[in-house]
Design a protein around this ligand. Structure first.
Ligand SMILES: Cc1cc2nc3c(=O)[nH]c(=O)nc-3n(C[C@H](O)[C@H](O)[C@H](O)COP(=O)(O)OP(=O)(O)OC[C@H]3O[C@@H](n4cnc5c(N)ncnc54)[C@H](O)[C@@H]3O)c2cc1C
Length: 499
């Protein structure tokens, strides 16, 4: 861990403190490092290991954003590419979607995190492990971040990527409105003296061997709980009692590797920003695991925030650019909350909900409904409201094959260094980029072929597109359009004439 800082060692004042080095905090750290911002992660855990099984995979758009940084292959080679999507357990196939990654990736969070962490270490972001953020005080000039152990850290910004029970969110006084849990599940990995009944239960959950090929113990157990109110983590005794309630026996359960619980508590931060403090990932939104969207949404929150925060830290953009983080990502999070609540309702174990679910399954067998819902779950339909204009505006830039003067290139390859790109597909030389050339790269290219977007289908090819570092289109049109300098200024700062 070359980049870890000794807890006692000196640390110069970082521009950004990231509370929490889970999927969201790690992705944000990588984005900030690529943009040349000094950041430090403060992480409670002493290693990247996680207790328990959490996210089971990546959706298409997350694979795409990792591809935009040139690191998708690291994850793809560690997991299994497959059609992972399901809406209320109704499988959805996206193999006909217009993306290079027309699938998901089965990859446990316990495998995902170390791969992402090693990228962050390569980028030299220090990780202060075994330390907690306990609070902060912000003033006009910065944030004083209090740590559990040792002196506080002063930074220009603090980002809470510290999970659903976020200390940062609470200390910032950000409301977390939503819905209390309606269902609670105990989840464990445990040995059993007797052979248990394998399979899914109608009320949800069930028992299965951890190693599906070999069978036998240890077993993964998910059990619906009788009560919703819990003040402490479940114990082996609780697990045994829940097994007896469900199966009439505890199968001699013993030697748990871990025992945990999850619920469908559904809440979202009322604001993703409070001055110099921001929240992202589970710190900003919690919901049921239906559809496997939590980790994916967090990683993409980080991708949205990283380049904006970097520009504000570097003085390229006013701090109002940070308000676009809330404006763009809050609606995405709200949609995830909504679709997970719908899935919880649809999977309620009774005959009437079963009937409703099979009606929905019939609808989802039709092309258009399938595409809509699958594009939502995969994150491919995200549309930031950047106003009227070309259909690409505010949508993900497709990974087109291009011909450039330097030879063939993919759009996503042009984004590897996390810098904005003005891609001109028309006659070269129609625009003087020099007032922005220190920030925005002009690429002259050709693309032979149609432009096809998920759900929308084919769209008219634009003459040029301005692509943000997160891969979303900030502007599309003709290079001579007066809106182009405006868009460059809005997103990437004022023109400079020092060249
Ligand atoms: C059973 C289950 C199944 C799931 N399945 C999926 C799935 O299939 N797909 C999916 O996308 N998501 C899934 N999720 C959700 C996913 O696990 C989370 O959304 C994801 O981990 C969020 O990442 P995060 O970095 O925002 O938060 P976390 O992963 O919670 O990371 C927060 C980090 O902050 C650290 N921390 C906390 N407080 C402090 C502090 N005060 N100071 C310093 N460090 C701190 C923690 O140690 C942790 O490392 C599932 C979750 C559960 C419980």
């Amino acid at each position: 861990m070359g980049a870890s800082v000794s807890p006692d060692g000196p640390l110069t004042e970082p521009a950004v403190v990231i509370a929490g080095g889970g999927p969201t905090g790690l992705m944000l750290a990588g984005e900030l490092a690529l943009a040349g911002v000094d950041a430090v992660i403060v992480e409670r855990r002493v290693s990247q290991e996680i207790d328990g099984s959490r996210a089971g995979g990546l959706h298409s758009r997350t694979i795409e954003v990792l591809d935009q940084r040139g690191i998708a292959e690291r994850f793809l080679s560690a997991g299994q590419v497959m059609q992972v999507q399901g809406y209320a357990y109704i499988p959805l196939d996206i193999s006909d979607f217009p993306t290079r990654h027309n699938y998901g990736l089965a990859l446990w969070q316990s495998q995902f995190e170390p791969i992402l962490a090693s990228w962050v270490v390569e980028l030299d972001v220090p990780i202060l492990r075994g330390r907690e953020v306990t609070g902060f005080a912000q003033d006009d000039g910065g944030v004083e971040v209090e740590l559990s152990d040792g002196p506080s850290l002063r930074a220009a910004y603090l980002v809470g990527c510290d999970g659903g029970r976020s200390v940062v969110r609470r200390a910032a006084g950000i409301d977390f409105p939503g819905w209390d849990p309606s269902i609670s599940f105990m989840i464990a990995q445990v040995e059993m003296a007797e052979e248990p009944e394998i399979g899914v239960r109608r009320e949800g959950g069930g028992i299965g061997p951890v190693n599906r090929e070999q069978g036998g113990g240890p077993y993964g157990v998910v059990l619906k709980e009788q009560h919703l109110d819990h003040t402490s983590e479940p114990t082996l005794q609780d697990l045994r009692e829940a097994l007896v309630a469900a199966y009439g026996t505890d199968y001699g359960a013993h030697s748990p590797t871990w025992i945990s619980r999850f619920t469908d508590a559904t809440r979202q931060a009322a604001s993703y920003r409070a001055g110099r403090v921001l929240v992202a990932g589970d710190a900003a939104h919690v919901h049921s695991p239906h559809g496997g969207q939590g980790l994916n949404t967090g990683v993409q929150d980080a991708m949205n925030l990283g380049w904006k925060l970097a520009q504000v830290v570097h003085g390229i953009s006013p701090d109002s650019l940070l308000d676009t983080y809330h404006a763009e990502r809050h609606p995405v999070g709200a949609r995830v909350l909504q679709n997970t609540m719908a899935q919880v309702a649809l999977t309620t174990p009774d005959d009437r909900h079963d009937a409703l679910r099979s009606t929905v399954a019939e609808l989802l067998a039709m092309d258009e409904p399938r595409k809509r819902i699958a594009a939502m779950l995969s994150g491919l339909d995200i549309h930031y409201n950047l106003g009227e204009g070309h259909p690409l505006l505010g949508r993900r830039m497709p990974d087109l094959d291009l011909q450039t003067v330097d030879g063939p290139a993919r759009v996503f390859t042009l984004l590897h260094d996390a810098r904005p790109v003005l891609l001109n597909l028309d006659e070269p030389g129609g625009f003087d980029i020099s007032p922005w050339a220190d920030r925005v790269r002009l690429v002259e290219a050709r693309h032979d072929g149609v432009w096809e977007l998920p759900v929308l289908g084919e769209v008219v090819a634009p003459a040029a597109v301005l692509i943000r570092p997160d891969g979303y289109v900030a502007w599309a049109g003709d290079l001579a359009a007066p809106e182009l300098p405006q868009a460059l200024m809005t997103w990437f700062g004022a023109a400079t004439h020092s060249h």
